[in-house]
Design a protein around this ligand. Structure first.
Ligand code: FE2
Ligand code: FE2
Length: 278
């Protein structure tokens, strides 16, 4: 693809700070966390100035996805239990909820389902901080939303290409733009200063074997995305059969019986999160 077009698209995408529903607080928090000595009290104070946002964050952290259902009573408590990266990911995802629902029917459910799956998979694999895996799952298709909002004409062409050429959404993005939402995710994650593990999982969820530094997280999101598509929970933009990279299962040391157990847990939890809206 020609580099000029790519530069133009990147420029449009990164106007994302102007999106009307992104809270002012997000920029302040992004700046605050650049200081390694900043306290969770200071961050909690900034987030708590936005009451609507605080209510959304508390609703999300108390959902079954994060393993503390109904037990987190304040932003400060959420920061201590889940960490700033998880809380920041939740601020981003709940803030784009309206846009996501308007842009692509079923993508919110797909994202929630993927977060649920990632939490279950990370726990089963014995990884620490499964909440970080969940938030990577929540954000994994964010690039699709931002394209839909910032570049509606291109988004329309991508959807038409999915139907006309019988492609996956990712293949159609590459056909139309020369790259996919995985690349866009990397720009967005860098723009918001998300940590490198979440950034790499967002940009490598379709090719986890290429992850360089945080392969386990990329593999968890890949498997989570695969399973939530298999469940047909929500919609990620096409009706193609999901594919699973065998390298991801090897990385997680999963056998087929592990996948069965994960799917059993998913079928219970997906019911519980299916009406989680913002
Ligand atoms: Fe994706
Ligand atoms: Fe996805």
């Amino acid at each position: 693809m020609d580099e000029d077009l790519k530069t133009i698209i990147k420029g449009e995408i990164l106007q994302v700070q102007d999106l009307p529903t992104l809270p002012h607080v997000l920029n302040e928090v992004t700046k605050l966390v650049e200081d390694p000595d900043v306290s969770s009290e200071a961050i909690a104070k900034v987030i708590s100035t936005d009451q609507v946002l605080s209510a959304k964050v508390l609703k999300m952290v108390n959902s079954p996805i994060y393993g503390f259902p109904g037990r987190i009573s304040s932003i400060q408590h959420a920061l201590v239990l889940l960490g700033i990266n998880v809380v920041r990911g939740i601020i981003i995802s709940t803030s784009v909820f309206d846009m996501m629902v308007a842009a692509m029917k079923g993508l919110w459910e797909h994202s929630l389902g993927c977060a649920t799956a990632c939490n279950i998979i990370a726990r089963r694999a014995g990884f620490e901080d499964p909440e970080e895996y969940a938030v990577a799952g929540l954000l994994h298709d964010l690039g699709k939303v931002v394209t839909a909002v910032q570049l509606p004409d291109l988004h329309k062409t991508i959807l038409e290409t999915v139907a006309a050429k019988d492609l996956t959404y990712l293949q159609a993005e590459k056909d139309v733009m020369g790259f996919g939402h995985d690349r866009i995710n990397a720009w967005l994650a860098r723009h918001w200063g998300l940590p490198p593990n979440i950034r790499e999982a967002m940009s490598r969820h379709h090719a986890p074997q290429l992850a360089e530094f945080y392969k386990p997280m990329s593999c968890v999101v890949h498997v989570g995305d695969f399973l939530v598509r298999l469940f047909e929970f929500g919609n990620s933009g096409d009706d193609q059969t999901a594919y699973l990279r065998p390298e991801a299962l090897i990385e997680l040391k999963f056998k087929m019986t592990d996948l069965d157990k994960v799917m059993d847990e998913m079928s219970d939890q997906l019911v519980e999160v299916s009406d989680l809206t913002f």
